[in-house]
Write a protein that binds this ligand. Sequence first.
Ligand SMILES: [Zn+2]
Length: 117
Amino acid sequence: MKHNEQLKPCPFCGGKGEIYQAPINFRLGIEDEVYWVQCRNCFAKAGNSYSEEKAISGWNRRKKREMDKVEEQLEAERSKAIIRLGESKGTAYEYSERCTLDAYEKVIEIVKGGRNE
Ligand SMILES: [Zn+2]
């Protein structure tokens, strides 16, 4: 379909999204079309829209929203790990808290890098 190149990659697997279209009879006697975008690889789906353009922008916004939420949660965990590392200084737990913080920082880096693909 001609609009496919406007679609961002799937927020969950990075796969290609595809626009689907189906007839809908949502009021008596009035026929219309419904559009949605679905990942060809993992079948993740954005909400139905009554225009192709809205289906595309819904899919593209969905990616941003979902990824912002993931980043926000990871940043919150990272903040807690920093506090725990501070509290564990000089104790037997310091090394493992340092490793936990390093792991969060790597994951955040990967998630943020993934957004620019
Ligand atoms: Zn997917």
